[in-house]
Design a protein. Structure first.
Length: 103
């Protein structure tokens, strides 16, 4: 299904738009991965220590393996989305102001 959508969109683009699209897909995917790595290495240890030790005198933290890995995956995914969204807004705002993309 994705291949059909890509073929449909790709057939209607001129060379300038194709270069713009491919460059933005590459940059966006790199920044998404960078955001996931950033979230995993720098943010996640502080978040987990806060969540585990904050209410320790009131309740006991119960972490199973599936909940722990699920939380890590979802957390890193959304940190990657945050990095991607900032670039998405910056790039498309710049080009919409130049009249390249109508918003």
């Amino acid at each position: 299904m994705t291949v059909l959508a890509a073929a449909f969109i790709n057939s209607e683009l001129n060379n300038k738009e194709k270069k713009f699209l491919y460059k933005n897909i590459f940059i966006s995917s790199i920044l998404f991965l960078f955001g996931m790595i950033f979230g995993y290495i720098l943010i996640l240890p502080y978040v987990l220590s806060f969540l585990i030790f904050y209410g320790q005198e009131y309740m006991t933290p119960l972490l199973s393996g599936s909940i722990y890995f699920s939380f890590i995956g979802i957390f890193c995914f959304f940190i990657g989305i945050i990095f991607f969204k900032s670039v998405y807004k910056g790039v498309y705002t710049k080009y919409s102001l130049e009249g390249f993309i109508c918003v």
